[in-house]
Design a protein around this ligand. Sequence first.
Ligand code: GDP
Ligand code: IMO
Ligand code: MG
Length: 425
Amino acid sequence: MPATVVVGTQWGDEGKGRTVDLLARDMDVVVRYQGGHNAGHRIVVNGESFALQLVPSGVLYPHITPVIGNGVVVDPAVLLAEYDSLSARGVDPSRLVVSGNAHLIMPYHPELDRLTERFLGKNALGTTKRGIGPAYADKSSRVGLRVQDLLDPKIFREKLNVVLHEKNLILTKIYNRPAMSADEIASRYLGELAPRIAPLIGDTVALVHDALAQGQRILLESAQATFLDLDHGTYPFVTSSNPIAGGACTGSGLGPRDITDIVGIAKAYVTRVGAGPFPTELDGDVSELLVERGHEFGTNTGRRRRVGWFDAVMARQAARLNSLSEIALTKIDVLDTLDEIKVCVGYEANGVRYDHPPYHQSVLFEVTPLYETLPGWKSDITTATKYEQLPSAAKNYVKFLEETIGVAISVVSVGPGREQFVRPA
Ligand code: GDP
Ligand code: IMO
Ligand code: MG
């Protein structure tokens, strides 16, 4: 049976969580394949809101096995807090399986994330300061501790001693911060956290392959998005993992031929948190309106998101980078009150027209977006339950995006609630 990837096509917060929740009705396993608790995926069911950071967005369904894949970086304390908060709200997360190969976020990771950002001053990336970059850096440097190390106190201590020696030199000599204690870290991780994480650890590669062999359906959930991808995003204003669909294989252990469908999530306009280029960024009245109507504040960090018009140049690139088979368009209802809506269909810089992003980022910073202006629909679409009920201007907007991107739009969400979506015929 096939595996489906859900991937963000912009700079994050496109509505991946709510779309995974929607698609998970027909799935058996949902795997998070990269990122960590820098993600915030909101799902609203019967007016009740869940903001998930690490636990896959399928967890709200009792029939789903939620899996944290090897590509994720796990802060065990955050994972347990999320586990407990779900339990307290009547959701049973006990089916969760965590890859033993996933890397651990250690106490020095968020500390170094904060310090590096502070030292970068006005050049700071605006990271979530959760230790994501430093944890992935240690993974690449082969000094990371993995979830499975929680099961082996001797190995855990050995690895910790080696890496902490170097981290403490950095903390004390470069940043003038106090050293961290290996005993304290070990006692917290091995004494308090390991006993509770241990029953969740499993062989997730075997799990996903056995699931496919048994005819089960797997959904692979990205965190972050295409243009925050370490390789294909707007480097260095990116995250430290590979959210693009290719990352779903490395981050889960499925092979490329196991994946048959790739659903790109696109917001009907664009948002970005943190620094970096953003060609269609708006300021002024329309930006205020989008932030207010779209509640564009970070799901977990509370930071105000930058907003701009839909950018088909980026969307076309996302279609190529992820081999998108379809797009789920979200938050179109946020545009309900606008007289007219712009869509960026190309860029222009130094007399050159671009239909895909220029490879040189200095050019990307300078491009002028070329806009098509479409009429707004000026009515409330949040109660639509069938595509035909949308006003013709809204359907034209969807059609226009579909044609300019060149990928079919299979779902359009018209509000944050689980049932607030329609499917174009
Ligand atoms: P993710 O990180 O991609 O999962 O997205 P977030 O959950 O961080 O941000 C999307 C926000 O938009 C959440 O607060 C959702 O509840 C909300 N949302 C999702 N779909 C829609 C929609 O169609 N309309 C509106 N108005 N809000 C939506
Ligand atoms: P979801 O999954 C939006 C951004 C940060 C920063 C950059 C690097 O909810 O879409 P990091 O802490 O990852 O090193 O920060 O990436 N960022 C996100 N922006 N949504 C997210 O996740 C993000 N996760 C990281 O704002 O610019
Ligand atoms: Mg989010």
